[in-house]
Ligand binder design. Structure first.
Ligand SMILES: [Cu+2]
Length: 169
């Protein structure tokens, strides 16, 4: 039965919350961009490494009414983004980077502003090659840039500027 497995995965990851390690998936450098009051959406970023071929099929957070896995890319000089309909592939042994300007977790319908230096819970739903689902609970640091990243020209950070008004739901 699927449910018992689900509960087991939750219990396991709760015990290992600091390392953010469950099953064969490791998440490092997770962070979410801080927001200002009135801002309804933001992005969360991280590095995900799966030991075996895995897919990130869903994300959720209690701070957001809607959470999606997005891809952002340039299309004729216009930054566009869209939800990945089939999830994000995590090839075995390869670190997949979610970062501003690329893949990201989109948190929308924010219930409150994300304050810098706070942490927000984020649940990743993963599916292995056999189709078995598991969840990974994360605590994601809120900041203005990736943790331990040297300060640099923020003009390259387009994520905060792209208009989330373009999200049609
Ligand atoms: Cu997005």
């Amino acid at each position: 039965m699927k449910l018992s497995k689900h509960v087991l995965a939750l219990a396991f990851s709760a015990a290992c919350a600091v390392g953010a390690y469950a099953q064969n998936v490791t998440v490092t450098e997770a962070w979410a961009r801080a927001t200002v009051p009135g801002q309804k959406a933001t992005g969360a970023f991280m590095k995900i490494t799966a030991k075996n071929n895995t897919k990130l099929i869903a994300v959720s957070s209690p701070v957001a009414g809607v959470a999606e896995i997005h891809e952002m890319k340039m299309d004729k000089d216009v930054m566009k983004m869209a939800a990945l309909p089939n999830g994000l592939e995590l090839p075995a042994g390869k670190a997949v980077e979610l970062k501003p300007g690329g893949y990201h977790v989109m948190l929308m319908d924010l219930k409150a502003p994300l304050a810098k230096d706070s942490a927000v819970p984020l649940t990743l739903t993963l599916q292995d090659a056999k189709g078995v689902k598991s969840t990974l609970e994360l605590k994601v640091l809120v900041g203005m840039q990736a943790p331990n990243m040297p300060s640099h020209d923020h003009s390259t950070h387009k994520h905060s500027e792209h208009t989330h008004g373009e999200h049609k739901h």
